[in-house]
Structures are given as C-alpha cells and as structure tokens.
Write a protein that binds this ligand. Structure first.
Ligand code: NAP
Ligand code: G4F
Length: 348
C-alpha cells in the first residue's frame, strides 16, 4: 500500500504532538502546520522525540489562500484539524478572533479539501464545551448543544459545517466531540496543568501559593494519548460520522487538586467556602491553595460527563488511563521539571 500522508493543523499543540507520534509509528508521512511566531514553540514535538520526523509547513487558518495552497501542495490522504484558539477563558475577551480561527478557518479548510478532489478524509476537533449548560447527563452525540462561551459557539458552527460538507458534498468528514483530555504536554493556562505545575513548584520551594477560580466545576478528564487514537479510528471507518470520546467519569477541580497534592507529598485540609476557600498543608499549616475571583468565567460550564458508548460500539475505542493514573502521570512529569528548574513562574 502507498504511504499515507496526514496533514495536522496546529502541530505545536498538545494533541498534535501525540497524534504525530502515533501516526509516525503507523508509517504515515506526517506534515504539520504551524503559525509563524517570533519564538519557536516546537518543544512538545521535541519532548515526544518526533521533531525531526515531522515535515513542518507554515499556515495560518485565518489566511484562506494559504490554506488552499497548503492543501494543494501536500495533497493529504487525511486531514486532522486541531488548530484553534483553544482557551475558553480568553475567548470571552477575544470573541471575534476566536470566531475567525475556530469557525471561519474551518470553513476555509473544508473548502480547500473539497476543491482538491474531495477525497481526503477530514477530522474536526469538536468539543464537549458545545454541551455547555447541559441538557442531560451523561452527554452523547444526540444531546442538544447549549454553548456558554465564544469558543464553544464558534466550535458549534465548525461542527455543523463539517456535518454539512459530509452531507452536501460527500466528504469523508468526522467530528470528534472530545471531552477534556490532558497530559504533561498540556498548556500551562489550563486548570490541570496549572495545578500540577504550581504544586510541583510549591513542593520545590519555588512558589508560595496556587490561585484558582471555580473549585466546584466538574470535568470528564482523560489522557490525550488515548484520545488521538480515537481520532485516527474515526478516519479509518468506511463512513464519516460524529463520535463522543470521554471516560464517563466526572471530577471537580477540587478533587483534582486533592489528588495532585497527595502525589506531590501534601495532605490538604480545606477551610472556608466559595471565594474564601483555602487549601492548607496539614504538615506546615501554610495555605498553599486559594481562590482568586479573577479566574472565574463570565458564564461557566458547571459540569460535563460524556457517554462514549457509540465510539466503543462502532470503533472499538475505549480509554485506557484512569483519572488517578492521569493525575499521577502529570504530577510526576512536573515534579521532575521543577527539580530541574524547568518551570517558569506564570501568573494565569
Ligand atoms: P492546543 O495545545 O492549544 O493547540 C492548538 C493549536 O492550534 C496550536 O498549535 C496553535 O498554535 C494552533 N493555532 C492557534 N491559532 C491558529 C491559527 N490562527 N492558525 C493555525 N493554527 C492555530 O490545543 P489541544 O489541546 O491540542 O487541542 C487540539 C484541538 O482540539 C483544538 O482545536 C481544541 O479546541 C480541541 N479540543 C481540545 C480538547 C482538550 O481537552 N485538549 C477537547 C476538545 C477539543 P500556537 O502554538 O501558535 O498557538
Ligand atoms: O482547564 P480549563 O481551562 O478547560 P475547559 O474550559 O474545560 O476547556 C478545555 O476543554 C474543552 C473540552 O471540554 C476544550 F474544548 C477546550 O479547548 C479546552 O481544552 O477549565 C476547566 C474548568 C473550568 O470550569 C474553569 O472555570 O476549570 C475551571 N477553573 C477553575 N480555576 C479554572 C481555574 N480554569 C483555568 N483555566 N484556570 C483556573 O485557575
């Protein structure tokens, strides 16, 4: 069989690093697109040991001519659209930009695939954020959407546009409605990585306190490596379709903190309620976790829990890493980084 070519947008991101490694192991030619920036941000590909095996090509989802030329030049057999302004918090302040990248950018890409010959299989990174103010629990492919942020609204547009190109133009296009998935390669602005990096720094005497927003928000957290396998499985199925990928378990931010603190060698006692809540290290009596209202969102997604039974039934997909294992993996990686002085002090 001829070698398959996968084009991954957003190659500098978390998922792309795991997906690139996964596809290279299956002998794909992997081409990754990145935005031109003043400083290099290829550290994730380097950590995965694949930097020199991925072909890199500059592409911005905001520039339609660029998108079209990249598709024509690479002639991919599979396109994984992972590029996005992916941070929900920022989308409230950058609603227009987020819409242009996460919604219109996807339309450019779908048009480019259609114009080539429509043969490339297409994966769109849809999200559990689309369920927002949830209408039922757990959420599956038939649960109505109720997006609660500009990020999620833009993703709903991209989701239905992908469905429409499948139905109207016959593209092999699939949407993965992925619940939160994390790893040691997660961006530091997301709550899980913020927790593990900060607790590691506190354990190594490099930081005093971890400040968080809504401790009661609940998410269905899985491991990124499990989820990129699911993306690939969707494109191997004879027909494009939409699938939820999730663990089926939901945990609060507070539970994540408790488990991570335990892995970092702390035992926390909680005092106070809501914005006055504090996590106190039982051994030293010091407050190491507190709430800062600046980290609350104008509209919150309170609780998400996914039902991935369709992906299990049709694709044979299921997650392998549990919540407890995920926290351990992330905490171990950040303790190691902190020990080597590799974690900058960031305040977001
Ligand atoms: P991530 O680490 O934030 O990576 C996002 C990637 O998109 C980065 O490479 C980023 O480049 C790129 N990007 C941003 N703006 C772009 C633009 N204008 N043109 C081209 N590329 C652009 O996100 P992730 O966690 O890997 O997630 C991958 C995808 O899945 C995203 O679409 C996200 O919305 C979606 N998703 C993620 C999760 C999750 O829990 N991780 C769940 C559901 C859906 P820079 O490095 O230059 O910023
Ligand atoms: O880690 P988060 O920023 O992730 P969020 O908003 O769930 O979005 C992530 O998952 C989505 C899938 O559902 C993706 F589509 C999206 O691209 C991204 O990868 O926040 C998780 C929860 C929120 O409820 C937030 O309010 O944690 C709460 N939280 C509490 N304190 C905090 C903080 N979030 C952040 N980032 N920082 C805090 O200090």
């Amino acid at each position: 069989m001829a070698q398959r070519t996968a084009l991954i947008t957003g190659i500098t991101g978390q998922d792309a690093a795991y997906l690139a490694k996964f596809l290279l192991e299956k002998d794909y030619r992997v081409v990754g697109t990145y935005r031109r920036t003043a400083s290099s941000n290829l550290w994730r590909l380097e950590e995965m040991g694949v930097l020199d095996r991925v072909e890199l090509i500059p592409m911005d989802l905001l520039e339609m001519t660029n998108v079209v030329r990249v598709i024509q030049k690479v002639r991919p057999s599979e396109v994984y659209n992972l590029g996005a302004q992916s941070f929900v918090g920022v989308s409230f302040e950058q609603a227009v930009y987020t819409s242009q990248v996460n919604a219109i950018g996807v339309c450019y890409l779908l048009e480019a695939v259609r114009a080539l010959d429509g043969a490339a299989r297409f994966y769109q990174a849809s999200t559990s954020e689309m369920f927002g103010k949830v209408r039922e629990e757990p959420q599956n492919e038939d649960t109505p959407f109720y997006p609660r942020s500009p990020y999620a609204v833009a993703k709903v547009y991209a989701h239905y546009m992908t469905v429409n190109y499948r139905e109207a133009h016959g593209l092999h296009a699939s949407c993965g409605i992925l619940f939160n998935h994390e790893s040691p390669l997660r961006g530091r602005e997301f709550v899980t990585r913020k927790i593990t990096a900060s607790l590691a720094k506190i354990a190594h005497g490099q930081q005093d306190v971890l400040e968080l927003g809504n401790l009661e928000a609940k998410r269905d957290w899985g491991y990124a490596a499990d989820y990129v396998r699911g993306m690939w499985m969707m494109l191997q199925h004879p027909h494009g379709d939409d699938y939820v990928l999730a663990t089926g378990e939901s945990h609060s931010v507070r539970e994540f903190v408790d488990k991570a603190a335990e892995c970092a060698g702390f035992r926390l006692a909680w005092e106070g309620e809501a914005v006055s809540a504090r996590g106190i290290d039982r051994a030293s009596g010091k407050t190491i976790v507190r709430v800062n209202p600046d980290f609350f969102r104008p509209a919150e997604v309170e609780s998400l829990r996914g039902d991935a039974s369709k992906a299990r039934r049709v694709l044979g997909w299921q997650p392998e890493v549990t919540f407890e294992q995920l926290v351990e993996i992330m905490m171990r990686a950040d303790m190691d980084r902190a020990a080597r002085g590799r974690l900058l002090h960031l305040r977001f």
